[in-house]
Design a protein around this ligand. Structure first.
Ligand SMILES: Nc1nc2c(c(=O)[nH]1)N[C@H]1C(S)=C(S)[C@@H](COP(=O)(O)O)O[C@H]1N2
Ligand SMILES: [Mo]
Length: 372
């Protein structure tokens, strides 16, 4: 057998092609956050979205070690107890998958078919990555820092552990955590037990779960997840285009779906009268400065009341009163961040379906209570 007989190349769906059974298999392993969970400042762990490329490895905390090696003065191997004895830091961080919004693209890149729920916010506790790197002592000539997870698989013909690298300048940011707690509890297996990387502001792929090795290298890392998978490429025909790397989270605002849903269509039903719309907004490029709300499908916009960020990389709550009148309405929200980025209404298509932060209309039907 050769890998070509096992591994599927990436592809784009036919214009009218529905979600395939392979996509359903991914979608049922990797669940979204139900949008009503945006009512919580901190997402309860079972409601936080999950994305795992291969299998969830089962690691024994008694034998697990984290190694720091490569271009360092003093290679390190630490166990969990030693790591927990180091200075402890907690940050509230909103995590979003780079593929969030992919299923809204036409044509649809065939992969995990996220709508907009691939997001969640947690309090992550652990040691600062930079403390570990300083203990090891980064040697002269270091270029990239490579993080390896304990999970292993095959993707488009390449077999590897899940590995991602950051440049040395990014990797030595004080914000990055080697985390062993989520919301004050040991990490759940699906979120990286016993230890994961948390890279605040970056899309999910950088936050390596089941972290077991950190290697400092003297060259730009060419591993699959950096060089092939997470690239922004606009032209599916151009196989030679290396694209640009996926990095920080683009701004997005989402509404807590108002009222109650219709079971199959998820159309929202709201009673006539005054409602307080609420939602969350975030960006990896700077705090959110302004959220706009439209209750007429983008014709007119008003500013929402926006709460300050509780932590530099945590989502911000917003509210906006709405006088709901009988009939059908399309609600839209859009975020503006401190870097000047703003959400658009047209998806920016990429071959992998990354960073589609176009605002999505929420269909609401306003009607009186039916007679019983
Ligand atoms: N080891 C490992 N780390 C990983 C992944 C993975 O498949 N293996 N998936 C990444 C991706 S693409 C995302 S979006 C986040 C999801 O983190 P969560 O499941 O804790 O929400 O984990 C990242 N870290
Ligand atoms: Mo992701």
């Amino acid at each position: 057998m050769s890998v070509d007989q096992v591994s599927t190349p990436s592809r784009v769906a036919e214009p009218d092609e529905g979600i395939t059974l392979e996509e359903l298999a991914l979608a049922s392993r990797n669940h979204a956050m139900p949008l009503e969970a945006m009512r919580y400042d901190v997402t309860p762990p079972g409601l936080h979205y999950v994305l795992t490329h291969y299998d969830i490895p089962m690691l024994d905390p008694a034998t697990w070690r984290l190694t720091v090696r490569g271009l360092v003065d003093r290679p390190i191997s630490v166990d969990l107890e030693t790591l927990k004895a180091m200075p402890r830091h907690t940050s509230r961080v909103t995590l979003e998958c780079a593929g969030n919004g992919r299923a809204h693209l036409t044509p649809r890149p065939v992969s995990q078919p996220w709508l907009t729920g691939a997001v969640g916010t947690a309090d992550w506790t652990g040691v600062r990555l930079v403390d570990l790197l300083e203990d090891a002592g980064i040697a002269r000539g270091a270029v990239d820092v490579v993080f390896s997870g304990a999970d292993h698989g095959l993707d488009r013909g390449t077999e590897d552990d899940y590995r991602r690298a950051l440049g040395v300048a990014d990797a030595t940011s004080e914000e990055i955590l080697v985390a062993y707690e989520m919301n004050g509890q040991p990490l759940p297996p699906q979120h990286g037990f016993p230890v994961r990387l948390v890279v605040p502001g970056w899309y999910g792929m950088a936050h390596v779960k089941w972290l077991c090795d950190i290697e400092v290298v003297d060259h730009a890392f060419e591993g699959f997840q950096n060089a092939v998978a997470y690239r922004i490429k606009r032209n599916a025909e151009d196989a030679d285009d290396p694209g640009t790397p996926v990095t920080r989270i683009e701004p997005r605002a989402l509404l807590v779906p108002p009222g109650f849903p219709d079971f199959m269509s998820r159309t929202r039903v709201v009673r006539p009268g005054t409602h307080l719309l609420e939602g969350r907004a975030w960006s990896g490029w700077g705090v959110v400065r302004r959220v706009e709300v439209s209750t007429d499908d983008g014709h007119t916009w008003v500013d929402a009341d926006l709460e300050p960020a509780p932590d530099r990389h945590a989502w911000q709550r917003f509210t906006c009163p709405w006088e709901a009148t009988d009939g059908q309405h399309y609600l839209r929200v859009r975020a503006h961040d401190a870097s000047g980025r703003v959400q658009g209404d047209e998806p920016a298509w990429t071959t992998g379906g990354f960073a589609n932060n176009a605002d999505e209309a929420v269909r609401v039907v306003v009607m009186e209570e039916p007679p019983r």
